[in-house]
Design a protein around this ligand. Structure first.
Ligand SMILES: O=C(O)CCC(=O)C(=O)O
Length: 296
């Protein structure tokens, strides 16, 4: 039987670094009810759904904000389809998708946690989880495997809208950060997931934010609805003084170049290439280095 327990709301710890550190070390996550104001999160939800509508992924009707998928349609990041790729590039082009992770309420928590200025990776992920086809539900994993750079990197997962029991959301293996960096295949296959794992999870309200360490094992929960699409974003944060992997500065999935992402933005938008003005230790991309040496 799976052990499930709700997240502890860490709102009271925001200004207390030692308690924030203690909770994050013990549990591997920080959860904040209503950290973000609802309106910008809902606005991003509307914008992503508008893109979905343009790509004919949504049911026609007056309630496009409900995110009802068009009958029979299923796409996901792993399916390698042209439909997903074209849709995803248009999501990446939304300015608000890149601006929301810079919200001062998020950055403030991470500044306190790191005790230093924060580097926000520009490579953001939009999780677009259609109902059904549960073989594609994100398996347990540690983000350090894909992200590399500094182990003390944190992911911020933000549901775009309410996320009830049926929609699923994200679950955290409480305290799994303390197990160190594990073999990715064995985490994903479940081999290294202990029977006694306590999975922290609860329904999310729009504005709630979940943060977790790069070594914390987490997994997606199945979207059990008939027809509703689950939307969420992930962004990564680290101290500016720690090394960052070159790939973290690219567009997610390599689906586009930044010039294409920025093509509809104002010419002098300060969010464009903001990381170029930051003095940081950029390491050659770990995964590209590995592929090269494997091909030798
Ligand atoms: O939103 C999801 O379903 C999965 C998210 C996830 O695994 C991640 O943020 O690393």
């Amino acid at each position: 039987m799976r052990i499930e327990l709700p997240f502890v709301d860490c709102t009271d710890l925001i200004n207390d670094r030692s308690r924030l550190l203690e909770h994050s070390h013990q549990n591997g996550y920080l959860f904040f009810r209503g950290l973000l104001p609802v309106e910008p999160v809902l606005e991003l939800r509307r914008q992503v759904l508008r893109v979905a509508e343009q790509h004919e992924l949504l049911e026609q009707g007056p309630h496009s904000d409900a995110g009802i998928r068009r009958k029979g349609v299923f796409i996901c990041e792993q399916d390698g389809s042209e439909t997903f790729r074209r849709f995803y590039i248009d999501v990446q082009k939304l300015r608000l998708f890149h601006a929301l992770p810079h919200h001062e309420h998020i950055v403030r928590v991470l500044e306190v946690l790191f005790g230093n200025a924060v580097l926000i990776h520009p490579r953001h992920i939009c999780h677009v989880i259609f109902p059904g086809e549960h073989q594609y539900t994100t398996p347990p994993h540690q983000d350090f495997h894909p992200v590399r750079g500094a182990q003390d990197t944190w992911t911020v997962w933000t549901p775009l809208g309410d996320c009830d029991t049926e929609l699923g959301g994200l679950a955290i293996a409480r305290g799994s950060n303390r197990r160190g960096f594990l073999k990715d295949n064995d985490v994903r296959s479940g081999k290294l997931i202990e029977e006694s794992t306590e999975w922290a999870w609860n329904p999310f309200k729009c504005g709630d934010v979940l943060m977790f360490h790069s070594l914390t094992i987490h997994r997606g929960r199945d979207n059990m609805t008939q027809d509703r699409i689950r939307l969420a974003t992930s962004a990564r944060y680290q101290s500016v003084s720690e090394p960052v992997d070159e790939d973290a500065l690219t567009v997610h999935l390599g689906c586009a170049e930044w010039a294409e992402v920025y093509s509809d933005w104002e010419t002098d938008d300060p969010l464009k290439y903001y990381w170029n003005a930051i003095d940081m230790d950029v390491q050659p991309a770990y995964h590209r280095r590995r592929t090269k040496s494997e091909n030798r």
